[in-house]
Design a protein around this ligand. Structure first.
Ligand code: ADP
Length: 399
């Protein structure tokens, strides 16, 4: 079966068409600047040339119809007819407490995703727009929702509750939800395969270190604790997000800088993290380069970030009662041998022992530990699209 995976952001749309017989992508692409001047679709058939299509793209519905046109285009398309696509998997950021796994989308599910808009006002609306547009153009195939939050629904209350009056959880559903679930689930399943162990009894710490970054403790294949919280702002310091702060800092900044509550939220999401600390960039490559040229604040940002990751690994090994493997994934985790070394330095007490030569790897699935290490360190490129497609296939086949 061929499965189309759709990931709609507010002004962008990423897609991938996968052939599930071999799990390989047939084509992938990106629509940018939806609703803005200069909108563009970049479509790339697997192994083929990039095709750039410019058009007026006022909304997600037009974006999706352009994507479907590109997929069947006689010149650079990859299927003869849309009938070849057996199902569509949609990434949905927030499923609240309603969804602990992926689901076939029906009216009831759509209503529940709409209810979660309050929890993810920036993310769920474009996700919903993408689903509606796709359903209109492909009414006869199953559409499946795959939630970023679902994998973390196994967290016990002692991990997801904050030190707030319980009534606020009951009234407003304020709790830790966690994100990047599709990625953490995918790499943890790969880790079990690499280690040749059943997920039962396996204790993993998965470090998804990209522009957004989060760490998850996984026991018996289930998330038991994760660093992102009510929103993706909590946890590690990230490219532009502050991560954990003393909550009193928020109102202090608000007062001093004369920010509204929206402005302070925007500030903490977009102007902080390694960007704010380094003053250089949100991109770790730029920061490593600036540090090498003697920029003090760039070095400081890298030190704070790696210290943050190390602290979470320590905390989560305590929550798990030991750790069999630490996984590094996403842009920085997959591609920065230096960051992996920095993070795992002094973790010998956990049984970590990295082989620096093996560790000198980028974007490949490798166990970078010395043979005798009792806690393995794994580099596993994430593949959220494949995970979404696998869930979609399973649900579509269930009928
Ligand atoms: P997201 O999906 O959250 O936007 P990615 O997973 O693509 O992010 O990760 C982007 C981050 O990965 C950027 O900060 C980038 O600097 C970092 N990154 C990518 N390649 C490298 C590299 N070779 N060395 C260091 N950092 C890298």
């Amino acid at each position: 079966m061929k499965i189309l995976v759709i990931n709609c952001g507010s002004s962008s749309l990423k897609y991938q068409l996968l052939d599930m017989d071999n799990q390989n992508p047939i084509a992938k692409g990106l629509v940018e600047r939806i609703g803005l001047p200069g909108a563009v679709l970049t479509h790339r058939p697997d192994g083929g040339e990039k095709e750039i299509i410019t058009a007026e793209i006022p909304n997600h519905s037009v974006a999706i119809s352009l994507v479907l046109d590109a997929l069947v285009n006689p010149e650079y398309g990859v299927v003869n007819s849309l009938d070849e696509i057996g199902a569509v998997g949609h990434r949905v950021v927030h499923g609240g407490e309603k969804f602990a796994s992926s689901v076939l989308i029906d009216d009831e599910v759509m209503a529940a995703i709409e209810e979660c808009i309050e929890l993810a006002p920036l993310h769920n609306p474009p996700n919903i727009a993408g689903i509606r547009a796709c359903q209109e153009l492909m009414p006869n195939v199953p559409h499946v929702a795959v939630f970023d939050t679902a994998f973390h629904q196994t967290m016990p209350p002692h991990a997801y509750l904050y030190g707030l009056p319980y009534e606020l959880y009951e009234k407003y559903k304020i709790r830790k939800y966690g994100f990047h679930g599709t990625s953490h689930k995918y790499v943890s399943q790969r880790a079990a395969k690499i280690l040749n162990r059943p997920t039962e009894g396996l204790k993993l710490i998965s470090c998804h270190l990209g522009n957004g970054a989060s760490i998850t403790a996984i026991k018996d294949g289930k998330s038991i604790e994760t660093s992102m919280g009510f929103t993706p702002l909590e946890g590690l310091m990230m490219g532009t997000r502050s991560g954990d702060l003393d909550p009193a800092v928020v109102s202090f900044i608000q007062q001093k800088e004369n920010f509204s509550s929206e402005e302070v939220n925007d500030f903490l999401n977009k102007k902080c993290g390694v960007l704010g600390l380094s003053g250089v960039s949100s991109d770790f490559r730029d920061i490593e380069q600036a540090r090498d040229q003697g920029n003090y604040r760039a070095g400081l940002a890298l030190d704070v970030f790696s210290h943050d990751v190390k602290k979470y690994i320590g905390a989560y090994s305590a929550a798990l009662g030991g750790v069999d493997a630490i996984i590094f994934t996403a842009g920085l985790g997959e591609n920065s041998p230096e960051m992996r070394l920095k993070v795992t330095e002094n973790l010998e007490y956990l049984g970590v022992d990295i082989d620096p030569e093996q560790n000198n790897v980028r974007g490949k699935e490798v166990d970078v530990s010395k043979p005798e290490a009792t806690c393995r360190v794994l580099v596993i490129p994430t593949n959220e699209e494949l995970m979404i497609a696998l869930d979609t296939l399973e649900i579509a086949q269930r009928g």
